[in-house]
Design a protein around this ligand. Structure first.
Ligand code: HEM
Length: 458
């Protein structure tokens, strides 16, 4: 019986960033830290374990800010995690994102040699995301963080990036984002798509059975791996002016421009899915959380409503791949927690103003390889799975195989966009592990007696 099978997640031990939505809109900051002194690093973990957000966020949302902490492989090393534990992490996590660049399509201007320092170097150890409903709350937490940092000279802040979500939820290309998310068994978060069963918890959090019925490979000891999740962070610069100019050149008129943009994404700017509203934008549909993710693609196999090559349909083909039985889409789902950075390019501007703007893409899931890497390499960067080897994702594809076309199926004849320039450049990224609260305390106690993890606890 479903109820008897339902897993009980240890929510109070799991950082809530993966499983729960953030306040909306929000402002925030990402920090990357380098640990120069392992004792200071462990003291940092002890302090952060008290600050990270866990549990189910209360309806009262009295929380001043949401802090999420994640550690890279190099960070675990710098914290003094024993070698046998280090070796128990997923191979791609241990390699780090820069080593996977070729496969991920991070080549040319997106290659690690071009990344912002310190991405791609061994100096990226800890990532901290702080999100708050307004600037004042963010500043009060940032002040706490600065104080803690001043007291720990063995920790250096090596990168920071302010970020935000606009009240409209739109990001730099003008589209509302963060709508399509899987629901997760035991998270307490209701599904937004009634056609998709909640995912097994082990797809997102380690220590619970996943969709294969097995426990995902978990770092050891159990206290370190259990209730943790892998995190991907990528700073993605968006060339909004080039994107707008391309649409302007190819479209017959302004309505056509909006249609081409929507066909590339799979949704209209305000979030209405093409699968439900293929002909025209529907603002009410886009704004309605009960309807804006409640759809399938199975009745549209040729993509007449939503092109099979559209970004959101590539990222999550839903039931459209069920037919041939070769791919189980549920093994390739992910939680996305992207945020915007940089000033929006004012409406109507077609010339680049040189500003750095885009998305800090954040993934959370239990399987870096079969979730993030699979979707990026097989579905977004490649067109073979939809029978279009000359095509890559029209919005974010890296085009490194020279795949620059995009087909819009329509009657009587399909429409084809060609020579689509790359609109997105990777400015840096890394693979992280977001440990549970007990894992953070376990790390904090390394190097000591092993029994003092609660010292000074309030
Ligand atoms: C600059 C980079 C990106 C932009 C501007 C972007 C934009 C969007 C937008 C506008 C949507 C539709 C809204 C929604 O369904 O939530 C979307 C959906 C999605 N994107 Fe992206 N995205 C970017 C990068 C990525 C990357 C790197 C991945 C994965 C490797 C990804 C995976 C997905 C997935 C899985 C969906 C949800 C599809 C669904 O569940 O229906 N995106 N993205």
């Amino acid at each position: 019986m479903a109820a008897a099978d339902e897993v009980v997640l240890e929510l109070d031990d799991i950082q809530s960033g993966a499983l729960h939505e953030r306040p909306s809109p929000y402002v925030g900051t990402y920090l990357l830290l380098r640990i120069d002194d392992s004792a200071d690093g462990r003291e940092l973990m002890r302090r952060l374990a008290r600050l990270v957000a866990a549990g189910v966020p209360g309806a009262e949302a009295a929380q001043t800010a949401w802090i999420t902490v994640a550690v890279s492989y190099r960070g675990l090393e710098a914290l003094g995690v024993p070698q046998s534990s280090l070796e128990s992490f997923a191979p791609e996590f241990r390699e780090g994102m820069a080593a996977r660049a070729e496969e991920l399509g991070d080549v040319g201007p997106s290659a690690p040699e071009q990344w912002e320092a310190p991405f791609g170097t061994p100096d990226v150890h800890v990532a901290i995301a702080v999100l708050a409903s307004d600037e004042a709350q963010l500043e009060s937490v940032a002040a706490q963080a600065r104080r803690a940092h001043e007291e720990l000279p063995g920790i250096a802040i090596v990168w920071h990036q302010d970020c935000y979500q606009l009240p409209s939820g739109r990001t730099s290309f003008g589209f509302k984002d963060g709508i399509g998310q899987p629901s997760v068994e035991g998270s307490g978060r209701p599904p937004s798509n009634p056609h998709e069963r909640p995912l097994k918890a082990g797809e997102i959090v380690l220590g619970y059975p996943d969709e294969t019925g097995e426990l995902p490979p978990m770092p050891s000891p159990e206290v370190l791996g259990r209730n943790g999740t892998y995190v991907v962070l990528r700073k993605l610069h968006t060339n909004v002016a080039a994107y707008r100019r391309y649409l302007r050149e190819r479209a017959a008129n302004r309505n056509d421009e909006a249609l081409l943009g929507a066909k590339m994404v799979g949704r209209w700017q305000d979030g209405a899915p093409l699968a439900v509203s293929p002909e025209h934008d529907d603002h009410e549909l886009g704004a309605d959380p009960a309807r804006n993710n409640a759809f399938r693609y199975g009745d549209d196999p040729r993509g007449l409503k939503c092109p099979v090559g559209a970004h959101a349909r590539r990222g999550n083909p839903r039931d459209a791949l069920d037919g041939d039985g070769s791919v189980n889409v549920r093994l390739h789902r992910m939680i996305r927690r992207g945020t915007s950075y940089g000033p929006p390019l004012p409406e109507g501007v077609l010339d680049d103003d040189g500003a750095d703007r885009g998305i800090v893409f954040v993934f959370a899931g239990a399987h870096l390889k079969r979730q993030f890497e699979f979707v990026k390499t097989q579905w977004l960067n490649d067109g073979v799975f939809i029978g279009a080897p000359n095509e890559a994702d029209p919005l974010i594809g890296s085009h490194h195989h020279g795949a620059t076309d995009f087909t819009i199926p329509q009657r009587p004849i399909r429409r084809r966009l060609t020579e689509i320039p790359p609109f997105v450049t990777t400015r840096g990224g890394e693979y992280f592990f977001a440990p549970s609260l007990s894992a953070m305390r376990w790390i904090a106690a390394l190097g000591g007696s092993g029994e003092d993890d609660e010292r000074d606890a309030p």
